[in-house]
Design a binder for this molecule. Structure first.
Ligand SMILES: [Zn+2]
Length: 113
C-alpha cells in the first residue's frame, strides 16, 4: 500500500513520493508537496529575482577558483559523458561549425594579405 501524507498548503492527501526529502523533519519529508513547493519557489524567485541574481553574481565572483576546481574535477570524472555531449552538439551544428570555420579562414587570409 502506498503511504500517504497531507500537504500543509493544498491540504491534499498525496503519496510520499510527491514530497521532497527534508532530513530535519521527523518523517524526513518536506511539509508541502513538490507541486506546492515549485509554485512557492517560482513566486519567491519572481519577487526577488534581481536580488537573487545579484547574490549569485557576488558568490560566483568570490568563489571562482572553487567553481573551476569543481568543474574540472567533474569533467575528469565524467569525461565520456562530456565527449558524448560534445559529439552530439557537433553533429547537430555541423553546418554552423563549417560556416564559422570558413569565415575564420577567410578573415585570416585577409589579415595575411
Ligand atoms: Zn500541496
Amino acid at each position: 500500500m502506498t503511504q500517504l501524507k497531507r500537504c500543509c498548503h493544498c491540504e491534499k492527501m498525496l503519496a510520499v513520493v510527491e514530497f521532497t526529502s527534508a532530513k530535519l523533519k521527523p518523517d524526513g519529508l518536506s511539509s508541502s508537496c513538490k507541486a506546492c513547493k515549485r509554485e512557492y519557489d517560482a513566486r519567491r524567485y519572481a519577487a526577488k529575482r534581481e536580488k537573487l541574481l545579484a547574490q549569485h553574481k557576488t558568490w560566483r565572483r568570490a568563489n571562482g577558483e572553487r567553481i573551476r576546481e569543481y568543474r574540472d574535477q567533474w569533467r575528469a570524472v565524467n569525461l565520456e559523458h562530456v565527449k558524448a555531449v560534445q559529439r552530439a552538439y557537433d553533429q547537430r551544428n555541423a553546418d554552423k561549425i563549417r560556416a564559422r570555420k570558413a569565415a575564420r579562414r577567410t578573415a585570416l587570409r585577409e589579415i595575411n594579405l
